[in-house]
Structure formats: C-alpha cells, structure tokens
Design a protein around this ligand. Sequence first.
Ligand code: ADP
Length: 594
Amino acid sequence: MRRSWFSIITVAVLLGLLVLLAALQYKWLGQISDREREHLHTRLNADTKRFAEDFNREIQNAYFNFQLPSKSWREKNWVEFAKRYEFWKEKTEYDALITDFYFVELGAEEKLSRYNKEKNAFEPARWNAELDALKPRFAGDSFAPIAEEIPALLMPVHDEHEGIKRILARSENPIPRPMDLKKYGVLIVRLDADVIKNEILPALARKYFSGSDGANYELAVSNKTGEPVFETQKLSASDASAKLFDLSPDTFTFFSNKEALSSIKSERKQMVFSQLETKVNPADAKEKGQTQVELKVLEGDTKPRIRMFESGETPGAWTLNVQHTDGSLDQFIANTRRKNLAISFGILSLLAVSVVLIFLSAQRAKLLAQRQMDFVSSVSHEFRTPLAVIYSAGENLADGVANEQEKVSRYGGLIKGEGKKLSSMVEQILDFAGANSGKRKFDFRQTNVGKVGEAAIAECRPMIDEKGFELETEIDENLPLISADEKALTQAVQNLIANAVKYGDGAKWLHVSARNGAGAIKIAVEDKGIGIKKNELGKIFEPFYRSKAVVDEQIHGNGLGLSLVKQIVEAHGGKITVESELGKGSRFTIEIPF
Ligand code: ADP
C-alpha cells in the first residue's frame, strides 16, 4: 500500500514538473520570438536599404560621372567626355545600362545632338517623340533630374559659372528664392529599362534576398503611379520598403566625381561639405518634404551659396517593397513560434503520456504478479486434496487394510476419480499455456452444436447429480452445422456448466440452451447462484482473475476457466457475453457466427 502511494506521488510530481517545464518553455519561446522578430526586422530593413543604396549608386554613378563644365560643351571638346565615358564603363558592372547620351542646347531653337560612341563625339540628331516629351522639363527653376518613364537622367549645364554642383535633397523649410543662373543646355542620359529590370534588380534580389537564413522574401518594384516594374511575386503587403532612383544627398557619396571639383580651391571644397552638413540634415528632412537643394560654388565666391526650392519631383521615383513569403515577417515569426510550441508541447505531452503508461503498466505487472502468486497457491491447494485422497487410498491398499474385493474396487474408484480431476486440472493449465504461446491448433470441421451441448452436459452429469442440481436443457433440433473444433467447443461449454455448478449454490438450478439466433449460434448457460458484482464483470475473463467473494468463500478454482473459454470462442470468430446480478444468478452466452 505504501509503495503504491509512493508511485502515485512520484508520478504526480513528475507530471507537475512537466507542466512547469511547459510553462517555462512557453515563456522562453515567447522571448525568443520577440528577439528573433527584432533581429529579422533590423536585418530586413538593413538589406532593403543596402539593396536601394546599391541600385541608387549605380544610377548616381551614371549621373554624376558625366558632369562637365559648360566650357567643354560650348567649345565642343569631347575628349573629356570620352574619358568620362571610358572611366564609367570600367567601373560599372552594367555597361549596357546607358543606351544613349543626348545634349540639348537651349536657346531660341533647341538643338539636339547625340553621342556617337564610335567617333567619340556628339553629332546633330533629330528629335523623336520620346525626347519631345521631355522638352517641358528643360525650362524653369524646378528641375526634375529623373524621367523614370523612359527612363532617363537629365542634367542641366549652367552657363555662366564653372564648378556648379547640383544636388538634390529634402528640407523642412525651403527658401523660395529665384534662381539666378541660366541654363546653357541639358545632358540626357538615356538608360536601358531592360537592363534595370532583367539584370540589375534580379542581381540585387539574389544578393540580398536569396533566403539563405531560412527567411524567404518576395520583392516588387513599382513606379510612381504604382504599376509594377519588377516583381518576384504580386505582394499583398509590405514588410520593408525603400526608394529607388533616389538622388538625394543622404544616399550618395557627395562629389563622387571629384574631378568636377578640380576648379574649386581646396578650402572652398571643405566649405561645400560643411555647408551641406549644416544646411541639409537628411535625417530630419527624410519624412517631411520633397524639396530640392541647389548648391552653387561660384568662382570668386568666398562662401558657397545654397539655394533651396520646391520641386514636384519625389526623391526616388520607384519604390521597392519587400514582403515575407508567409504573408508578413510577423506572420512568419508567429508561425515559427507556433511550430516550436507544437513540437515542444508534443514532446512534453509524449513524456507525460509515457510516465502515465509506465505507471499503469507497472501497476498491471504488479497485479499480474499478484494473481500468478494467487494462482500458484490455489493450484497447489487444488492439487493437495486429490493427492491426499490418492495417498491415503494407496496407503490403505498397501497396508492390506482393504482386502475385500468390494473395498479394493472402492479405493480403486476413488484413486481413478481423483486422478481424473488432477489430470483435467493439469490439462486446463497446459491448454492455457498452449493458447497463450499460440501453439494450440484447432481442428475446424462441420459441427453439430446440439451434439456439443449434449456432450458437455454428459461430461458434467456426475458433478450435477452429485450436487443435486435441477438441469433444464433447451437445444433446438435442426441447428445449422458450423465450422468448429468440437472438442474445444465442448470444453468451453463444459467450463461454463462447471462454473454454474460451482457458483450456483442457492437455487441449485441450471439451464443450458442452444439456439439459432440471427446469423449466429447462441449457446447459453444460466444459473441462479451467487452472481457477479458489476465492477468485476469486465475482469472475470482475464487470466488468473478470481472474484474476491469466491476467494473468501474458499471455493476452489484457478482463475483460468473463463479466459480459456474466451480464447476458444474468439478462435471461432465468436464472442462471449455475461449478464449477472449479485445474489440472483448469471447467464453466460457464447455466440458463434455461421
Ligand atoms: P475459477 O472458476 O477457477 O475461479 P474462472 O475463470 O472460471 O476461474 O472464473 C473466474 C471468476 O469468475 C470466478 O472466480 C468467479 O468469481 C467468476 N464466475 C465465473 N462463473 C461464474 C458464475 N457462474 N457465477 C458467479 N461467478 C462466476
């Protein structure tokens, strides 16, 4: 008893620990997910930003590299331009990005020339519809440097002054002052949309979002009107975004083309940088405006002048959107967390179930061991009585106590009877062992169940008569033949009759019937004896099980009879059922389908 309490407490403590572990696991996984979310968001934002920077750098290089002083344009000195072009081709990975250069000389008549790459010179060219559409952009202060619809980059060449840098930025408070510069012309750098869509964007997508860390992303780049330019898949939401075609100063290395500054004295150069730093705070301006900044460094000026004016041009004509393949990054984190929770709770539940199963099977093993011990003692007890009878009868014969013929045959009869009991007990134990090890073979033949019932009754007749039982039989004639092992089935019915006699004390009445009942033969053995408790009904077919009442009453038995009956009936594809009421009697029914 103490031992079983100890096991129950141990199991309860183990289960409690598992619950505690599950709670801790839940909390930890939550914390891990939060950290992972933060980490992935930071990483995604960084990757998206670097993607945009790489892209914008490519565009900026194609833009700033070709700034020449207006003198070169005016004097049609193309040597410098050719040098710049060669320099750019050397540096870029995508030398097919620029398809053409056009120069528009502004004036009463807008003269157009096109760069001939073979001859390294600009030659007069004819206007086409694409370039015509750009004309309205050439005039006025508000100068938009990106014509994303072509796409092309537009660069003003100012007339009066050398060393003018034009940059774009955003500022909270634009200073609305008119420009005092005159444009000499505009350089149009025409880009190849196919190179951007089919080479640059896919290469950057591979570089930053190839899904190496298990997180997979889909990308889409849309133009100003929101139409897709490039997409790995249609996006429904966005986890991170960045502007492409962004020429604002926080995204490029200012004066990457340092040669353009050669005409400005070094201290002025410094001033340019510091002015830029103080006047234009990109972080500040990022959210607020879309203002362009024009920075002029004029020869002879002691300070560079900074002018700001509003522009209709949004920095970054295209937008890159990134979305996680699971719908969103948060969704992905939630899914991963759910999976992790399911796995760890699964493992913990498995552990809990194992603990309970181990406990139950240990209890079962204990119970079985107990029953086997009971079995050994009851079998020894069963053997003792017949052996004692045989022993004393034999002793009397040996001592010559019984020398009359009549006495000798009585002793002989006693020895025979007890010997038969012993051998049937041994037989039952062997049958049980054989059936359990799967060695018992049944000999199925077409069998008359009526005959089986009668044979079983005949076998039990001496016992029935000895105990003074009233026997009623109801065996249908014309029962169909069934495929059965006659000997085994007779043994099963015999066991039921023997039990009815053994536990039928009281009314001493016994009823054996065999009927044809809807597709099955039903053999029933009924008594009006001690009956069986409801909670024991499920256990009586287990091997070695004997109800407490019969053990207390010291009714002989080994607890194997009904388990043998069940094995035999199941081997015939049938089933055995019991109905019983304590103190009123029991009815066992064997059903064998035919
Ligand atoms: P044994 O009779 O040797 O104990 P069984 O397997 O034949 O073993 O029966 C198992 C238990 O079922 C018995 O110990 C008894 O408690 C109960 N039992 C079986 N038949 C009857 C019956 N006809 N009436 C009351 N109890 C029965």
